[in-house]
Design a protein around this ligand. Structure first.
Ligand code: HEM
Length: 504
């Protein structure tokens, strides 16, 4: 590997490690704390109980020591927080509250009790209360800095730029990046596949999201700016986002420079009349309902939001799928045979036809969701009824969690839930459809379901299909553990020995 590649890879790795620290460890913990503060300021007055209202119990609360509650259990149980959530589900049922240091989080497990969580309106079930800390990163005027109506319009822009007709053209670009990247591998060798996947995904993001100008001339600079941007999100940022710490200063400089770069590109495209084939162009061409065009600042913010939402998630899922396929010889064989039948370099339709690979990715994501739980805050009290007919009232202001680590393993939904079995999603079984869209929520569901699911599958499948067609692969490090009690990334290196081949 040449020096340039090495530098980019190191930067990328640092970026990813940081992203994960932020999004998986610091983020959920701080949300809970930040919510307590927000609660004092924003909770609407208590709903008056009407005379005919049934008196409902609050959800059962986990037992624990006074004040510290479940904290000692989380710190001492093998498997930490995730194990504690599973235990409490088995003990208390599908709706329960974990409490520690005066903070209460109510968990809603499984489809039956999750409809309001995923479908409630912002005034009932708030997502913005838990994502406010992204504002200095994404920038003003986008995402969680704007009112709900504007955010909905901006989500429409995402939906339009990520719709299948637009993605069709991206497959060629993705394939080009993947071919060029893996052409640097030798005839045989050993690599950390996790790191390699990070690097190639960053190149795809550079090309497909930000455009040819960035990819050809500014990839290294933009990668390093992203690193600084993410590095500016610390615990302290939640409470004092503008405190002049070195990390915040680097974040603000990086955000400003990224704004300059993307604004410059947008202006040059407008003045030359030249259009790009990327998401940048899609967002530049987006229009609000009143006909107003997106501003350059909005376009930059929306692109940064997409990079945040799409990069580390896809990277994690690709690494887990590769590890799973290399661990399970029968599925590696099935996925390789599918590639053999599929012929040469794939186009959009060929990628969609890769059914075994698709189900393998989906199954890896079931076993290794990118986040252990999805969070919200109840702005109004509401009632839930469990499978067993028990009804509870969830109080307003309560932090809510939908724990993917439990939902994805429910024995009533998934047969032999610990097994890697992509066939569970095949026609005839379709275990993910048992309770329609609320059964499989690894991409979220309802109002805030992932808008990049199609894009994610495309890039993941393009990378894995290239690897399967061009290399014999063998996992030479132990099958990875999960990084931590909150971070769901594979822990450490995923060392893979490769041998170039031509699949006939
Ligand atoms: C395998 C990769 C991915 C996984 C597992 C994933 C997972 C998720 C999940 C669980 C949510 C819901 C979060 C919540 O409800 O709080 C979400 C939302 C979102 N995702 Fe993804 N995502 C992936 C890739 C992508 C990509 C590639 C993009 C765009 C290029 C993207 C764009 C978004 C956006 C814009 C939202 C916010 C939707 C909203 O708030 O209404 N995601 N994703």
């Amino acid at each position: 590997m040449d020096d340039d590649h090495g530098t980019t890879t190191t930067t990328t790795t640092r970026t990813i490690v940081h992203t994960w620290l932020v999004f998986t460890i610091i983020f959920p913990i701080t949300i809970v704390i930040a919510t307590m503060i927000a609660r004092a300021r924003t909770i609407p007055p208590k709903r008056k109980r009407r005379p005919h209202d049934k008196l409902l119990q609050p959800p059962p609360v986990s037992e624990g020591a006074p004040i510290v509650g479940v904290l000692p259990a989380i710190l001492t149980t093998s498997g930490g927080l995730q194990a504690v959530i599973r235990d409490q589900y088995l003990k208390l049922g599908s709706v329960f509250t974990l409490s520690s240091l005066g903070i209460k989080v109510t968990f809603l497990v499984g489809p039956k009790v999750s409809a309001h969580f995923f479908h409630g309106t912002e005034s009932e079930i708030s997502i913005s209360d838990v994502y406010k800390m992204t504002v200095p990163i994404f920038g003003k005027g986008v995402g969680y800095d704007v009112d709900n109506d504007t955010r909905n319009e901006q989500h429409r822009f995402f939906a339009e730029t990520l719709r299948p007709a637009k993605l069709r053209n991206h497959v060629g670009l993705m394939v080009g990046e993947v071919q060029e990247y893996f052409a640097r591998w030798g005839q045989c060798g050993t690599v950390d596949l996790k790191q390699e996947i990070d690097s190639v995904l960053l190149l795809i993001a550079s090309r497909c999201l930000l455009g040819k100008e960035v990819r050809d001339h500014m990839h290294a600079e933009v990668s390093s700016l992203l690193h600084d941007l993410i590095g500016g999100l610390h615990l302290v940022s939640m409470f004092f986002p503008h405190l002049p710490t070195p990390a915040h200063r680097r974040r603000d400089r990086a955000r400003a420079r990224l704004g300059e770069i993307l604004t410059g590109i947008a202006r040059s495209r407008k003045s030359s009349g030249r259009a790009g084939d990327d998401l940048l162009q899609g967002l530049m061409d987006s229009r609000y309902k009143d006909g107003r065009a997106t501003t350059e600042a909005e376009v930059t913010g929306l692109l940064v939001a997409l990079l945040f939402a799409g990069h580390h998630t896809s990277s994690t899922v690709t690494a887990w799928t590769a590890a799973r396929l290399l661990r399970h010889a029968e599925w590696l064989h099935a996925a390789t045979e599918e590639q053999r039948r599929g012929g040469g370099v794939p186009d959009y339709d060929a990628v969609l036809r890769m059914d075994v690979l698709h189900r393998s990715v989906k199954e890896a994501l079931r076993l290794h969701p990118v986040t252990p739980m999805i969070l919200r805050r109840a702005r109004r009290a509401f009632a839930v009824q469990t499978e067993e007919g028990q009804e509870y009232e969830i109080p307003e202001g309560r932090v809510l969690a939908s724990p993917l680590v439990v939902n994805n393993m429910l024995p009533g939904v998934y047969r032999d839930p610990d097994a890697f079995d992509p066939d569970r999603f095949a026609a005839g079984r379709e275990e993910d459809r048992a309770a329609r869209e609320l059964t499989y929520t690894s991409f979220g569901a309802g109002k805030h379901a992932c808008m990049g699911e199609g894009y994610a599958y495309l890039q993941i499948k393009v990378i894995l299909s290239h690897l399967l067609r061009n290399f014999e692969l063998e996992l030479v490090s132990p099958f990875p553990e999960t990084e931590g009690m909150i971070s769901m990334r594979p822990k450490g290196e995923v060392m893979v020995r490769y041998n170039r081949r031509v699949l006939q």
